[in-house]
Design a protein around this ligand. Structure first.
Ligand SMILES: C[C@](O)(CO)[C@H](O)COP(=O)(O)OP(=O)(O)OC[C@H]1O[C@@H](n2ccc(N)nc2=O)[C@H](O)[C@@H]1O
Ligand SMILES: Nc1ncnc2c1ncn2[C@@H]1O[C@H](COP(=O)(O)OP(=O)(O)OP(=O)(O)O)[C@@H](O)[C@H]1O
Length: 300
């Protein structure tokens, strides 16, 4: 069923911008231009920002509540709206309000997802009928993870992040911890100690030895070395379940897979863990999404 937004008293419509977790992230090589070849499972989760939009007749794009330290002009929501406007010679504009909940610089793709939601929602509100592929190509200009959110399905991601294969992932709950650090992605990818030769999981799958491959985040050892607060969160969470970093950090998570026989078991386990969280740490529980709520706002 198609998503129907809530409309507030001022006429703004609310659209979710969900986060992602990288269930694992392997670096399998490096291209001549310095970009890294990845293999990763991108999992959509129900933790989200909310993007409030109201169509304007005068063509202006106005951000009503810019995030601290992110000027309106460089906010990815404004850049997404302007990019789409320019690409389609659209005469309409939009008022934007961002209800920010996702940690910034957390490796959960918050800014990218905000941009993807603006592209998907305006595709509908401005009656553009652009295809998913067209929106993904535009979105890539804004950030590496934007195409994934427009793709809208949990996916095995390859290449430098542009090759996506939809996959079924188990229903699960996650405990996500947010260490109080902002990790600069380029510094992690550029670190001389980063391992860039993890064997391809796809090749291992074809050769029938996927069970011998440890699913890890290759960016984690580098991030942990630079930011001990990430190590502290991993250590604490590891008491309860295997814990890993998402993206280039800083957030870390543990997965609790739903057991068909015992309803609510994964949620109860995740809630039990978060209830033990020391007061100096920040975290929350989130669950898997099977697909993006705005999936059908673009045609395939
Ligand atoms: C690692 C991930 O978090 C996985 O979701 C993302 O691919 C990173 O996405 P992002 O933060 O939007 O990063 P971008 O702004 O696209 O890239 C930041 C920098 O990371 C490095 N980078 C990024 C992606 C990639 N496949 N290889 C790289 O080497 C490049 O130095 C690039 O300049
Ligand atoms: N709407 C926005 N929301 C969040 N960050 C934004 C936004 N617009 C611009 N930015 C900039 O993008 C940076 C990265 O934010 P984001 O929350 O996407 O990081 P991230 O979760 O680490 O992303 P990734 O998983 O892609 O590495 C922020 O520090 C901020 O300067």
């Amino acid at each position: 069923m198609s998503f129907t937004p809530i409309i507030d008293a001022q006429g703004f419509a609310a659209f979710p911008a969900p986060a992602k977790l990288n269930l694992f992230l392997h670096i399998t090589g490096r291209r001549a231009d310095g970009y890294h070849l990845l293999e990763s499972i991108f999992q959509l989760i129900d933790a989200h920002d909310t993007i409030w939009l109201r169509v304007r007749q005068d063509g202006q794009v106005i951000h009503h509540n810019p995030i601290e330290n992110v000027p309106a002009e460089s906010d990815l929501t404004v850049r997404a709206a302007r990019l789409l406007q320019g690409h389609t010679q659209q005469q309409l504009g939009v008022d934007i309000r961002v209800e920010k909940r996702l940690p910034m610089g957390g490796g959960m793709g918050g800014g990218s997802s905000d941009a993807a939601t603006v592209l998907l929602a305006l595709n509908r509100l401005w009656s553009l009928n652009l295809s998913r592929q067209a929106l993904m190509t535009l979105g890539l200009q804004l950030g590496a993870d934007v195409p994934f959110f427009i793709f809208g399905r949990n996916a095995l991601v390859e290449g430098i992040g542009e090759i996506m294969t939809p996959i079924e992932t188990p229903v699960a709950h996650f405990v996500v911890l947010h260490p109080p650090v902002h990790v600069p992605t380029p510094a992690i990818f550029g670190d001389p100690e980063l391992t860039r030769d993890t064997p391809s999981l796809k090749v291992a799958l074809l050769e029938g030895r996927a069970d011998q491959v440890e699913l890890k985040n290759d960016l984690e050892p580098v991030a942990v070395r630079k930011f001990p607060q990430i190590a502290e969160c991993i250590q604490w969470l590891s008491q309860y379940a295997p814990a890993k970093m998402t993206g280039s950090g800083s957030c870390v998570f543990a997965q609790f897979i739903a057991d068909g026989a015992e309803k609510n078991a994964s949620q109860n386990r995740a809630n039990a863990v978060i209830s033990c969280l020391p007061k100096e740490m920040t975290g929350f529980v989130s669950s898997t999404l099977s697909q993006h709520q705005l999936l059908d706002f673009a045609s395939d």
